[in-house]
Design a protein around this ligand. Sequence first.
Ligand code: NAD
Ligand code: DAU
Length: 354
Amino acid sequence: MTILVTGGAGFIGSNFVLDWLAGSDEAVVNLDALTYAGNVHNLDSLRDNPRHIFVHGDIGDAALVGRLLAEHQPRAVLHFAAESHVDRSIHGPGAFVQTNIVGTFQLLEAIRTYWGALEPEAKAAFRLLHVSTDEVFGSLAKDAPAFTETHPYEPNSPYSASKAASDHLVRAYHHTYGLPVLTTNCSNNYGPLHFPEKLIPLMIVNAQAGKPLPVYGDGQQIRDWLYVKDHCSAIRCVLAHGRLGETYNVGGWNEMPNLDIVHTVCDLLDELKPRADGSSYRAQIAFVTDRPGHDRRYAIDANKIHRELGWRPAETFASGIRKTVQWYLDNPQWVAQVQSGAYRDWVAKQYAAG
Ligand code: NAD
Ligand code: DAU
């Protein structure tokens, strides 16, 4: 048995592939375009593993995807590949439309052709799991109830709009063609192998480099945070037991303002790798210009996946963030290697105005 993973060299996808191969005998075909966010070194430990087949390619290349499906006959496709960074979608939305919408459409078409020709038993067993985000629901007022699966879609950034469009396409392929799909809408992930353009890894690497810790606006925007390995376990659970055509919200029951997140990272670094001058890393915090259209609050009601499928996160934020900070301290080569020229260009562009 084989599964096809898209975007398996990115942050969540590579954690998923590593966990999958550690816990299952099934092979993984890993299709990834290796954009700036894709990193083959995330998969170094699989170099001699015959059950990991890495393919450098684009989800929008229908001929390639069709060939991979025909050759490997996967029983499931797990679709992680996307442009994922909100700030980049503000600077350049085109790539988000291309990969998240057009690419997902091309992928759906290739899967529809493959699935349509399967024998009845394989056809009934096949699954497409689409990995999506809580950002499709838009922003919540301070005291509003958390997002449930029936919350209206109100995406506010080019990133979330493109993910919303991909969710709608996946839904339509189920309703129109009967394609056996499952969708997950997850909150903010954090953990090992997280590219340091996102809040938590950026704070960890900037703190150690003695650089400012840029907090957008007043730092009181709220996100729900989930340790990446818990997201991976939720995806495995939905793949195995989810009801066809359903969507499942995934979250950590852990809403926190950004400034509290940054304080927590600083306090852990103060404990694990104190600054030479003895003062706290909090001294490096710098309030900078806010993100345009910045969503104020996300919160996930993850009751459905718990009630129906029995899933709940294993990590608390306290345990997950400690593991995360420790992972970055233990892996300076990984950090150095991802901070390429292209990464430095992005940081210069995004934080130029201060
Ligand atoms: P990421 O940016 O770290 O990785 C994306 C991966 O997709 C990269 O390896 C990249 O090379 C690959 N990719 C991009 N365009 C491609 C294309 N056209 N064809 C093939 N591969 C392509 O993203 P991530 O944080 O790991 O997110 C993975 C998925 O989970 C995304 O769909 C994202 O929307 C969703 N998600 C992310 C979070 C989060 O907090 N990071 C939360 C909820 C949902
Ligand atoms: O909610 C799920 C989403 O979480 C995923 O769908 C996205 O792919 C993922 O990137 C993430 O989006 P966010 O925009 O919430 O993540 P980011 O790490 O970019 O920012 C988290 C919060 O921190 C957000 O309110 C913006 C703020 N921030 C971010 C950066 C990079 C700062 O204050 N300073 C920064 O330098």
